[in-house]
Ligand binder design. Structure first.
Ligand SMILES: [Zn+2]
Length: 80
């Protein structure tokens, strides 16, 4: 286990995940995390399985992207 930032790949971007409780960026993460490995926030001690955290984060990112797309369609007036 080592102090590290938790990042996931989303498309071509690396997204850094924050702790949902304290917004901390430092986690105790195994060098090669497996889905069932526990990730612990060094700020508040909150922990969860690596697989669940990354899956939830990806879902949120997808939702956010859908939100942006739907807003753009709803407000879809051409400017020229
Ligand atoms: Zn925390």
């Amino acid at each position: 286990m080592a102090k590290a930032k938790l990042t996931i790949q989303f498309g071509t971007k690396d997204i850094t995940i924050r702790c949902h409780k304290c917004k901390g960026l430092d986690f105790d993460i195994p060098r090669e995390p497996k889905p069932e490995d526990l990730i612990t926030c060094l700020g508040c001690g909150e922990s969860g399985p690596y697989g669940e955290i990354t899956t939830a984060a990806l879902e949120k990112l997808h939702q956010k992207r859908d939100e942006i797309i739907s807003v753009l369609i709803r407000g879809g007036k051409t400017t020229h």
